[in-house]
Design a protein around this ligand. Structure first.
Ligand code: UDP
Length: 474
């Protein structure tokens, strides 16, 4: 008899809430198909414990909320002298974790596949050494993936830096023209060591057996076609791409505890009347912009539900947990009293998926983190795009120019988004014909998301195809 009838799939996660949440959802997908999985998470060494404390607590929360999923905390690497740059510190941690991942893979009786987050790309080495087929799980858009796959070729065949090109359009296969200034900060300057590291990462995607993408084909048809046709990397074959999304948390917050007070508040508001503002797990606007938002909302006259975070003070402390915001100090005098009947301000966190799905929610001011975009699309809510970091500016381009799901908050790339702009765009989405058109598109996006996830829908079929290609099913 086969001593290992059920080889395990190891999912290798990075430390970032927006990456961990879809990884947990992927684990559920495997379990639902009877494939045993374990999520291997890096453990920050003591020298970086402060820095990673908020993501470490997110891991603990996800673990507690998902008792049926096995988590494996890989031993912390030796890292006595952490890089002061937050992003490099994270990448160092992931790279230094490769040996512990290899030891873990070797300790298991049988591993069917390693599925790794793109940030953990160095773990391809562990997979190769352990003789395990490796796949990438890409937790952002297919459009980002298409652009990033193309970057090594772009850098090899051109000169100059995005940072010097202003808004000049970049023409990459599969995506609309991207203003150079909307590329991620990490690749703005080829002399920057981070740029070399990231472009190296993108080049390594080609080594994977396949790429699972948390998207559904309908919203990114052009990018997905380019990825399938292999035109993103001239002259080199690209691995097969499986659009298995959207993988988002299904109303778990509600199932786990008491219903959040903001949902009861939404119950009392008219249909599609509330503007929801939330900037992901780490995003926050400056103190000056908080005041601009408040004035803009005030002047728009619309209802709102607003998640306020303490503004970041020091970019080096970007990932560090921030104290709760002092609303009296941060918001304009009298704002809370004036808007008491039509607004609710939450400190730090909202049950976003439930809020977006609530009938009272009519628009979403978002930083364009990919999970947020998927959650809004599948809930049928138009977006007001205010990108902040990572690949959010790219997602903004796709949301506005390709998907036609939203509008831009002008000033996102300048010193300030002004109150007049907030008011103007809120009114546009909530009151104008253009807003009606966006809602029509989003109604379709919502239907297509439901179709993608239906029993034999495209995303479920893509996952089945992946299982078959990777010999996890027949
Ligand atoms: N999120 C939430 N409440 C908040 C902020 C974020 O539930 O107040 C969730 C959100 O629903 C999404 C994730 O955290 O699933 C954030 O992921 P995204 O990709 O949008 O942004 P990131 O945090 O990675 O920048």
């Amino acid at each position: 008899a086969d001593p290992n009838p059920n080889p395990t799939v190891v999912l290798h996660a990075c430390l970032g809430v927006g990456h961990l949440i879809p990884m947990v959802e992927l684990a559920k997908l495997f379990l639902g198909r009877g494939v045993p999985v374990v999520i291997a998470v890096p453990t920050p060494p003591a020298s970086t414990a402060d820095f990673f404390s908020s993501t470490a607590s997110a891991v603990a929360g996800l673990e507690a909320a998902n008792p049926s999923i096995a988590f494996r905390h890989l031993p912390p690497p030796d890292y006595p002298d952490p890089d002061p740059h937050p992003f490099l510190q994270m990448l160092d941690l992931l790279r230094l974790t490769v040996p512990s991942l290899l030891a873990f893979l070797r300790s298991l009786p049988s591993v069917a596949a390693l599925v790794l987050d793109l940030f953990c790309i160095d773990s391809l080495d562990a997979a190769a050494q352990a003789g395990v087929p490796a796949y990438i799980y890409y937790t952002s858009s297919a459009g980002d993936l298409a652009a990033f796959l193309h970057l090594p070729h772009h850098f090899a065949t051109t000169e100059g830096n995005f940072k010097d090109m202003g808004k000049a359009p970049l023409r990459f296969p599969g995506v609309p023209p991207i203003p150079a200034s909307d590329m991620p900060h990490t690749v703005m300057d080829r002399a920057d060591p981070i740029c070399t590291i990231r472009v190296g990462h993108y080049g390594r995607i080609l080594e994977a057996r396949g790429v699972l993408v948390n998207t559904y084909e309908w919203i990114e048809a052009r990018a997905v076609r380019a990825l399938r046709e292999g035109v993103c990397v001239p002259g080199r074959p690209t691995p097969p791409v499986y659009c298995i999304g959207l993988l988002i948390v299904e109303g778990e917050a509600a199932a786990q505890g008491e219903r959040h007070a903001c949902l009861s508040w939404l119950d009392a508001q008219p249909e599609r009347s509330v503007v929801f503002l939330c900037f992901g797990s780490m995003g926050a606007v400056s103190a000056a912009e908080l005041k601009e938002i408040a004035h803009g909302l005030d002047n728009s006259g619309h209802r709102f539900l607003w998640v306020v975070r303490t503004p970041p003070v020091d970019p080096a402390k970007f990932f560090l947990p921030r104290p709760e915001p002092d609303l009296d100090a941060l918001l304009p005098d009298g704002f809370m009293e004036r808007t008491r009947d039509r607004g609710m301000v939450l400190k730090m966190w909202a049950p976003q998926v439930e809020v977006l799905r609530h009938a009272a929610t009519g628009a979403f001011v978002t930083h364009c983190g990919w999970n947020s975009v998927l959650e809004a699309a599948s809930a049928g809510v138009p977006m007001l795009c205010w990108p902040q970091y990572a690949e959010q500016r790219l997602n903004k381009v796709f949301v506005v120019d390709e998907m036609k799901f939203g509008v831009v908050m002008e000033g996102y790339d300048e010193e300030l988004v002004k109150a007049e702009e907030v008011e103007k765009k809120v009114r546009l989405v909530m009151e104008s014909e253009e807003g009606d058109k966006l809602r029509e598109r989003l109604t379709l996006a919502k239907e297509k998301a439901a179709e993608a996830l239906a029993h034999s829908g495209p995303s479920r079929m893509a996952f089945a195809e992946f299982l078959k290609d990777s010999k996890l099913s027949t």
